[in-house]
Structure formats: structure tokens, C-alpha cells
Design a protein around this ligand. Structure first.
Ligand code: XMP
Length: 317
């Protein structure tokens, strides 16, 4: 039988043996997976683990600063790199979902490569890849159909010469959380909803501009903070807001408006492979919608996504 204790013991021993005295660089995302991977590696190799937390400019509101602070308190050796401008530049004019993932994946690798070169003699790159990432990237319905190419799967270009370590590759999300609890990682961090690596880029349908990122960050923060205030956050597996590429007509006072529509999505799931939309209380939806429309300039309509996966995926792109 699989237990988190046994998994931690075995994995830490394996990592020690495999890595020895070599240096490892790891990309932290603020999420459960990369954090658990980092703590496991830290347990195995201590100061030879160099963590890098990249701000791709597509994180949730205030996420970069607050998560970086949390990591420092955990004793991890973390360098925060603000590469927002570089990512936005790489994404300029790209509307296609897979095109966005490719641009982001490539920029991540470039930023990493720069950082890894700054640390001398790095041999390994560690990632928090989990089992569903592996299978969804490889195939659904057969070996040649890619549904979404998760940006963090698929290895590295040869020029990087780093070997990849993925200690969570065989685990599902709930198992990762149990391992995290075994490692005494903060409950709040472990309970965080999954957030995709490409971040808000795949929740802004169409092309990405700094203004759209700002609008979506505000909307998302109202929705997520509301879920927390209403004690609904832990009942939901994942939630977020989507900025739609359409304008709708509205009225504000005596004025006609023609502004953006946002969709809210909240799902129940165990592993992200299938998901049901959550029956959030009408009172909550009403309050949230009012707050968004009153506070976020540029949005005049809020809709709620009532589609399950399959056939709809969790993310809209
Ligand atoms: P979908 O949209 O495929 O999402 O139902 C399933 C889970 O995967 C996340 N997701 C991603 N995560 N890179 C990631 O790291 C990606 O490109 C990506 N696409 C989707 C999604 O947020 C959900 O948790």
C-alpha cells in the first residue's frame, strides 16, 4: 500500500543517491507541486538546491511578492526573477492557445538557462511534474492527439545539458498534498487551488496586453477572495476568471457602455482529468458579480460557466 511516509523516505534516499554532491536548479511556481518537489529535494540535498521563482507577469494579483516571502520563511534558497516584460514581449500578438503555451514555455527555458548559467556547475533541473501532466501531454485517445501541450513537459533543449529530475512524476494531486502534509508544509499553501503554468495567458482569450492582464487580475482577486470570505474556497478544487474577447452593451447611469465580459469558473475534481462545475450559492454569485462590475473598470457583464469536463476542459484555452 502507498503511504506518504514511505514515499518520502524512498524518494529522499533515491534523490541522494542519484544526485550526490551535484547542484540542482528548480523552478518554483507558488503551486503545490513545485513546492513539494522543492521541499523533498531540500531534504535530500540541502544547500545544493537552487530554487528560482519567475514572475512571468501572468500570475495572480500580488502573488509574486507574497509567495516569494513565504518560501523564504520555509528556509528554501530562492531567487525571485521578475521577467514580466520578457514574457509579455514574447506573447505580443499571439492569440492561439498552443502558440501562447509555446511562447511561454520557450521564454521559461530561456530565463532558466540564464539563471542556471549564473550558478556554476549545475547538473540537474528539477520539476514538479505530476502524473496527469504527463498523460495529458502525451495522449488522449491515442498516441498522436495532443489536447493541451502542458508547457512544463517534454524535456529541455539539448544545449541546456541539464538532466531532468521529476520526483512527483508518478503521483496524483491528492497524493502530492498528502506528501506535502507529511513534509509539514503550511496547510494554506497545500490547500491552494491548482494554477496553470501559463497563468492568466490562457484565461485571456485572444491576444494579451498589459491592460487585459490588469483587468483579469482584479476580477480574479475579487472572485478568489470572495470564495475565501464565504468559506467556499476549500469546497472548490479550482477556480478562476476568464476574460472573453467580446464586448457587450450595458448601461451605467444614463450612459451606454460597451465593455468586456468575464466568465467565472469553479470546478470540483480529484485530479483535473474530469470535472464538474460547482453549484455556488446564488447569493455569493450575485454579490461577486456586483462587486466586479462596480469595481473593475472596463467590465460590464459577468457570466458563470456551467460546463463539465468532458467535453469542456477546465481552462478555456
Ligand atoms: P484542462 O484545461 O486541460 O486543465 O481541463 C486540467 C488542469 O491542468 C491545468 N492546465 C495546465 N497546467 N500548463 C499547466 O501547468 C498548461 O499549459 C495547462 N493547461 C491546463 C488546468 O489549470 C487544470 O488544473
Amino acid at each position: 500500500e502507498w503511504t506518504p511516509e514511505a514515499f518520502v523516505d524512498m524518494t529522499v534516499a533515491d534523490l541522494k543517491k542519484q544526485i550526490g554532491d551535484d547542484k540542482v536548479v528548480l523552478g518554483l511556481s507558488g503551486g503545490v507541486d513545485s513546492t513539494v518537489a522543492a521541499v523533498l529535494l531540500h531534504k535530500a540535498i540541502g544547500k545544493n538546491l537552487y530554487c528560482i521563482f519567475v514572475n512571468n507577469g501572468l500570475l495572480r494579483k500580488n502573488e509574486f511578492e507574497s509567495v516569494l516571502d513565504q518560501y523564504k520563511h520555509m528556509g528554501l534558497n530562492v531567487k525571485g526573477v521578475d521577467a514580466s516584460a520578457r514574457f509579455l514581449e514574447a506573447l505580443a500578438g499571439i492569440s492561439d492557445p498552443e502558440g501562447k503555451r509555446k511562447a511561454i514555455g520557450k521564454t521559461f527555458i530561456d530565463v532558466f538557462d540564464d539563471e542556471a548559467h549564473r550558478i556554476k556547475d549545475v547538473k540537474y533541473l528539477a520539476q514538479g511534474t505530476i502524473y496527469p501532466d504527463v498523460i495529458e501531454s502525451v495522449s488522449v485517445n491515442g498516441p498522436s492527439v495532443t489536447i493541451k501541450s502542458h508547457h512544463n513537459v517534454g524535456g529541455l533543449p539539448a544545449y541546456m545539458k541539464l538532466k531532468v529530475v521529476e520526483p512527483l512524476r508518478m503521483l496524483f494531486k491528492d497524493e502530492v498534498r498528502r506528501v506535502g502534509a507529511e513534509l509539514e508544509i503550511d496547510k494554506e499553501l497545500l490547500g491552494r487551488h491548482p494554477f496553470p503554468g501559463p497563468g492568466l495567458a490562457i484565461r485571456i482569450l485572444g491576444d494579451i496586453t498589459p491592460e487585459k492582464v490588469r483587468i483579469l487580475q482584479e476580477v480574479d482577486a475579487i472572485f478568489i477572495n470572495g470564495l475565501k470570505e464565504w468559506m467556499l474556497y476549500d469546497k472548490v478544487w479550482q477556480a478562476g476568471a476568464i476574460l472573453l474577447p467580446v464586448n457587450s452593451v450595458g448601461v451605467m447611469g444614463d450612459e451606454r457602455t460597451y465593455e468586456k465580459v468575464v466568465a467565472l469558473r469553479a470546478v470540483e475534481s480529484t485530479d483535473g482529468m474530469t470535472a464538474d462545475w460547482v453549484n455556488l450559492p446564488y447569493d455569493f454569485l450575485q454579490k461577486t458579480s456586483n462587486t466586479i462590475i462596480n469595481r473593475v473598470k472596463g467590465v460590464n457583464r459577468v457570466v458563470y460557466d456551467i460546463s463539465s469536463k468532458p467535453p469542456a476542459t477546465i481552462e478555456w484555452e
